[in-house]
Write a protein that binds this ligand. Structure first.
Ligand code: PEP
Ligand code: MN
Length: 333
């Protein structure tokens, strides 16, 4: 819409789009309002739209992901989690154990996370394990522990939803719902999460392209949930020395293609404790909007991913190191 467009002009364009059988999506930018028309582009007649008062230009978006694209929304999206912002000038560091094991374990990790400057707490109550015989998480009990710790420490919680059946339960407790790498293409679950109002942390599948990740984000956005945070967590390659291969280039590439915030998970991307600080710094230097890092009060006793979990004092040091890089790229931590 033109800068001079009135509220009435915008309302008339929205009505027109709806009458064509398309879904309108309104994005209020700093200077301009952009109205998306989602659906079959054959239903649109450019000239007719251009003739409506207040319409500036009509741009067809050729990318297969529309709502997620920069073309559609040039301004970066800042996802707000109860006042904590992901995608702004301040980096959002999320820290916590891989899995919720006990109240004491989560509390100790959370207190360290908060004191060191993390803005959110992570912890899996439902764990996607490669072996059915491995610890599967505490389930609903784990969600209650997270909520109790949130109450005491004051950090919002990020926790994974593994199944379509658990969407309501997880949204009751989580401040951000995580979709793990293994579920990135669980379209039925993505659609259901799109109908929730909780922000979604969408992790890249271990064998997925960036475009596939953006298409998965589109499933959530097109169902009405615009709070999507993308996460690079490493992809599978021939390299065996690291658990996954960290695709640092995905950070600026995704930010170029999309307005959505992008964070890095250096823990799963490397699977090696000593690689986490340098890779975290690289991620921040490459423009990541945040990091999600596994920490544990006693990694040797962890029930899941202990070998890649940082000791609490290692996390404190990492935050200092990352802070230096953040400053160099004009971000606060
Ligand atoms: C996790 O964050 O604990 C996790 C299981 O990550 P991913 O889905 O990236 O493997
Ligand atoms: Mn893990």
């Amino acid at each position: 819409m033109k800068e001079s467009a009135t509220v009435k002009d915008t309302a008339a364009v929205i009505k027109h789009i709806e009458e064509l059988g398309l879904k309108p999506h309104i994005s209020e930018g700093e200077e301009k309002t952009i109205i998306g028309a989602i659906g079959d582009d054959r239903l649109i007649q450019k000239e007719q739209l251009l003739g409506l008062p207040g319409v500036d230009t009509v741009i067809p978006i050729l990318k297969p992901y529309k709502l997620a694209s920069r073309e559609f929304k040039p301004d970066p999206t800042v996802v707000s989690v109860n006042g904590t912002k992901i995608g702004g000038d301040t980096l959002a560091v999320i820290a916590g154990p891989c899995a919720v094991e006990s109240y004491e374990q989560v509390l100790e990790a959370a207190m360290c996370a908060k004191e060191a400057g993390a803005r959110l707490l992570r912890g899996g109550a439902f764990k996607p394990r490669t072996s059915p015989y491995s610890f599967q998480g505490l389930g609903a009990e784990g969600l209650k522990i997270l909520a109790r710790v949130r109450e005491e420490v004051g950090l919002p919680i990020v926790t994974e939803c593994l199944s379509q059946d658990d969407v309501e339960l997880v949204s009751e407790y989580a401040d951000v719902i995580q979709v793990g790498a293994r579920n990135m293409q669980n379209y039925a679950m993505l659609e259901k999460l799109g109908k929730q109002q909780r922000p979604i942390l969408l992790k890249r599948g271990m064998m997925s392209t960036m475009e596939e990740l953006l298409m998965s984000a589109e499933y959530i956005l097109s169902n009405g949930n615009y709070g999507v945070i993308l996460c690079e967590r490493g992809i599978r390659t021939f390299e065996k020395l690291t658990r996954n291969t960290c695709d640092i280039a995905a950070i600026p590439a995704l930010k170029h293609l999309s307005h959505l915030p992008v964070i890095l998970d250096p823990s799963h991307a490397t699977g090696e404790r000593h690689l986490i600080p340098p890779v975290s710094m690289a991620g921040v230097a490459a423009g990541a909007d945040g990091l999600i890092i596994e920490i544990h009060p006693n990694p040797d006793k962890a029930l899941c991913d202990g070998y890649q979990s940082l000791h609490l004092d290692q996390f404190r040091d990492l935050m200092t190191q990352v802070g230096t890089i953040a400053k160099a790229v004009n971000r606060a931590i």
